[in-house]
Design a protein around this ligand. Structure first.
Ligand SMILES: NC(=O)c1ccc[n+]([C@@H]2O[C@H](COP(=O)([O-])OP(=O)(O)OC[C@H]3O[C@@H](n4cnc5c(N)ncnc54)[C@H](O)[C@@H]3O)[C@@H](O)[C@H]2O)c1
Ligand SMILES: O=C(O)C(=O)C[C@]1(C(=O)O)C=C[C@@H](O)C=C1
Length: 305
């Protein structure tokens, strides 16, 4: 593939930004990749790893002359970063983000941006429980979805960003921000909350049973612990930013949980069997659609680091 952007600025140098840098390099999509992070320690690690062409000390310096700016910080930090860089953005530049929530990011970022840039929010549906500049890898986005929210943005700028994500290995879909937030609440956010809760419950129990819960933890519970090891700052921000959709889905979740609880209490085996048959079909459907993530995973289960 050929160069799509002459200078890409990555703001925040964690899992997603470092993976983007590796993936852009793999396909030769950027003339130059300039990165910055809030802490000197992260910048030093990124310099040592060398996945960017230049590491600079501030976001203002990073966006200088950039035709693509990627906000890759926790959702709660996006607004402040946008305010800081806004006066320094090059006319005609595209500004995008990778935040896990979209409506709140648009509401906090868009008001700061000048009319002469194209703001096209995005969200790659790919990640691991690891964070920081050392955790990135070029294959993270391969065959994963990236959702873009063009929201009336310039068509040519949108097409170019779509090409970038395809060049990094992703499949791209566009949608509305509210729809994104509801769908992701079901498929990502609420499942994370449930995993955090289940591990918390087990931890409480382990204090009672002298660590037996951890010692004898079975595969299912181990999967929960992987998810519950995800970055606390990132997930705090996700739940605060996607409050309404999360509360809506949690309400439905608790209703279903109570229905299953009742089936167990009254010994309604048929209800349990029917429910589990339905959910098993969903898992099989995911595998048939080729979206099974148990296959070689380049570190999604934490083997890579
Ligand atoms: N981890 C995932 O699975 C995943 C997947 C898709 C999207 N996302 C989204 O991508 C974004 C980045 O996530 P990540 O996993 O790369 O995170 P990360 O923790 O690996 O990296 C975050 C980066 O942001 C910087 N940062 C943190 N707080 C900041 C602040 N207040 N101001 C400026 N910089 C700050 C950190 O120094 C670090 O460089 C988040 O918005 C997250 O919701 C994450
Ligand atoms: O595999 C994981 O560790 C993830 O949880 C990645 C995951 C997800 O829920 O699928 C987490 C949050 C992101 O916004 C996108 C992807």
């Amino acid at each position: 593939m050929s160069v799509l952007y002459n200078r890409v600025a990555l703001i925040g140098l964690g899992l997603i930004a470092s993976s983007m840098a590796h993936a852009m390099r793999r396909a030769g999509l950027a003339g130059e990749i300039v990165g910055t992070a809030r802490s000197a320690e992260t910048r030093d690690i990124a310099r040592e790893l060398g996945f960017c062409d230049r590491i600079v000390d501030t976001a203002v310096l990073a966006v200088e002359g950039a035709d693509l700016v990627v906000l890759a910080v926790p959702v709660g930090a996006m607004g402040a970063v946008a305010a800081e860089i806004a006066p320094h953005l090059q006319p005609g530049a595209t500004v995008t983000d990778v935040g896990s929530v979209k409506r709140a990011v648009i509401e906090t970022v868009a008001p700061h941006l000048p009319d002469h840039v194209h703001f096209i929010p995005g969200h790659p549906l790919a990640g691991t429980e690891h964070s920081g500049p050392r955790s990135g890898f070029a294959e993270l986005f391969d065959n994963r979805w990236n959702i873009l929210i063009p929201n009336g943005a310039d068509e040519a700028a949108t097409e170019k960003l779509i090409d970038l994500w395809k060049g990094m290995g992703a499949n791209v879909e566009t949608m509305d921000a509210d729809h994104h937030d509801l769908v992701l609440s079901v498929t990502s956010h609420t499942p994370h909350l449930i995993a955090y809760t289940m591990v918390g419950v087990a931890d409480d129990l382990s204090r009672v049973t002298d660590s037996e819960v951890i010692k004898f933890s079975a595969a299912g519970f181990r999967d929960f612990t992987r998810i519950a090891a995800s970055d606390p700052t990132m997930w705090r921000d996700v739940f605060l930013a996607n409050k309404d959709a999360t509360l809506e889905i949690l309400g439905r979740f608790t209703e279903e949980l109570f229905a299953l609880q009742r089936a167990i209490r009254i010994g309604d085996g048929e209800a349990l069997f029917d429910y589990f048959t339905r959910t098993r079909a969903i898992r099989r459907g995911i595998i048939e659609a080729g979206q099974d993530t148990d296959a070689p995973d380049f570190g999604r289960t934490g083997k890579h680091k």
